[in-house]
Design a protein around this ligand. Structure first.
Ligand code: NAD
Ligand code: ZN
Ligand code: ZN
Length: 348
């Protein structure tokens, strides 16, 4: 088969590699119909994720058809159409039993395209297939479901649910990339009074408006704090969702939140951020953070199916799998190409 292989910092190639095969009895081999690129793949390519070693096939998001299953797999069969989630789950360890699959102790967690070969390939081996794939309801497209492999549950769980968004809230979302946009769509499910999107790029703010933000702030020339205070009688946002991953935006969220509110950090931080406890302690502020678990994926599948959620809007570019090198160029140059999610599909 062919796959997108990481060859060390800055190097990647779409090339011939051995076909994956069943190793453990709980494995499945999935023929990839459609896959995508995540911002995390760009971090890997910069060399920021040393656990990813040269020779690794990247990718942790896919929709495809089950080709083969190991002898212990009971809930999916060859021919089934499934979502391959960014998080694999052994289903048995303490964390899996508590729904915290991201922290799986039994060999799962974020492993695809990280510790084992991933989904940017014609075929992928998925361990713990019964508990790491999802059957797809009729009436939803592969492309829509693909958005639930990572960005859908990340924005919803780590942003909206950790942030305890409630009806009538003013929700500030800092960073309107795919994750921030997904958080905006998830927040809208709870009928907030206002969703304020804050970014530095007008194109991203336009996308934020399309997916439901009613107020947008370009922080290069406008003061987000002033805007949020203006909407909240000077109090601040009920929930501030951090979806960038730099110290400044975390600190900005801590400044934007009202007393008694929640800062939900979604961004992956490469550097320490300052926690201003001297200001926060007296404000009863809750701060949450986390790796996505994907416990919400079944809920999000139903919401897609019932047309209450349209994550397919985030797809901006289409390629075939053999155009992977070009797709990376387009995704990595989002400022020029205005890419949000690029979707790669097998040629039929
Ligand atoms: N917690 C998790 O499980 C999890 C999972 C996936 C991704 N993430 C993280 O979520 C974050 C967002 O992911 P993404 O794919 O949307 O990233 P992205 O880079 O596409 O989007 C980030 C957005 O933030 C904006 N931005 C940058 N600096 C800013 C500033 N100072 N003020 C306001 N906006 C600013 C950018 O213009 C961009 O639109 C990343 O840190 C990513 O690693 C976390
Ligand atoms: Zn990802
Ligand atoms: Zn587990």
């Amino acid at each position: 088969m062919r796959a997108l292989v990481y060859d060390g910092p800055g190097k990647r190639e779409w090339r011939e590699t051995p076909d994956p095969r069943i190793i453990d009895e709980t494995d499945a081999i999935i023929g990839v119909n459609t896959t995508t690129i995540c911002g995390t793949d760009l971090h890997i390519l910069k060399g920021d994720v040393p656990a990813v070693t040269p020779g690794r096939i990247l990718g942790h998001e896919a929709v495809g058809i089950v080709e083969a299953v190991g002898s212990a797999v009971t809930t999916i069969r060859p021919g089934d159409r499934v979502l391959v989630s960014c998080i694999s789950a052994c289903g048995r360890c303490r964390y899996c039993r508590e729904g915290m699959y991201g922290q799986c102790l039994g060999g799962g967690g974020w492993i695809l395209g990280h510790l084992i070969d991933g989904t940017q390939a014609e075929y992928v081996r998925v361990p713990f297939a019964d508990t790491s794939t999802f059957a797809i309801p009729a009436g939803v497209t592969d492309e829509e479901v693909l958005m639930l492999a990572d960005i859908g549950p990340t924005g919803y769980e780590v942003g909206v649910l950790n942030g305890h968004v409630r009806p009538g809230d003013v929700v500030a979302v800092v960073g309107a990339g795919p994750i921030g946009l997904s958080a905006i769509m998830g927040a809208k499910l709870f009928s907030p009074a206002h969703v304020v999107a804050i970014d530095l790029a007008d194109s991203r703010l336009e996308a934020a408006k399309r997916v439901g933000a009613d107020v947008v702030v370009n922080a290069t020339h406008d003061d987000a704090l002033e805007v949020v205070r203006g909407l909240t009688d000077g109090l601040g946002a009920d929930v501030a969702i951090e979806a960038v991953g730099v110290p400044g935006t975390f600190e900005q969220c801590a400044a934007l939140v009202r007393p008694g509110g929640t800062v939900a950090n979604v961004g992956v931080h490469g550097k320490p951020a300052t926690l201003h406890l001297e200001d926060l302690w007296i404000k009863d502020v809750t701060i949450t953070t986390g790796l996505v678990d994907t416990y919400s994926t079944p809920t999000l599948l139903r919401l897609l199916s019932s047309r209450q959620l349209d994550l397919g809007q985030l797809v901006t570019h289409h390629f075939h799998l053999d155009e992977f090198m070009d797709a990376y160029e387009v995704f990595a140059n989002a400022a020029d190409t205005q890419a949000l999610k690029v979707v790669l599909t097998a040629r039929s």
